[in-house]
Design a protein around this ligand. Structure first.
Ligand code: FES
Length: 95
């Protein structure tokens, strides 16, 4: 079963593959910044991928557009658009 380790919280979240990373985090009571409610508009839900980049879904059109427009580094993903297929380690500035 896929899982995500959150370094700053020293917590592992088991991932439901049917839902985005953001939704999985929220369902585990881990706050995720957002002002668009997961519609790939605000970019506030971005997370840094420390390990396991290859275990994530590839960016779709909406995420790719946002990553490009915000000029985000390659280790940043938009959590409301990401699906986790295996293990990963992530963090954000606000945890
Ligand atoms: S919540 Fe707004 S882009 Fe993800």
């Amino acid at each position: 079963m896929p899982s995500v380790f959150i370094k700053k919280l020293n917590k592992t979240v088991t991932i439901n593959k049917d839902f985005s990373l953001m939704k999985n985090l929220i369902e585990n009571n881990i706050p995720v910044a957002s002002s668009c409610g997961g519609e790939a508009v605000c970019g506030k839900c971005q997370v840094q991928i420390i390990k396991g980049r290859d275990n994530l879904s590839t960016p779709g059109v909406d995420e790719a557009r946002l990553l490009e427009s915000l000029k985000l580094p390659s280790d940043i993903r938009i959590s409301c658009q990401v699906f986790v297929h295996d293990t990963a380690e992530i963090t954000t500035d606000y945890w």
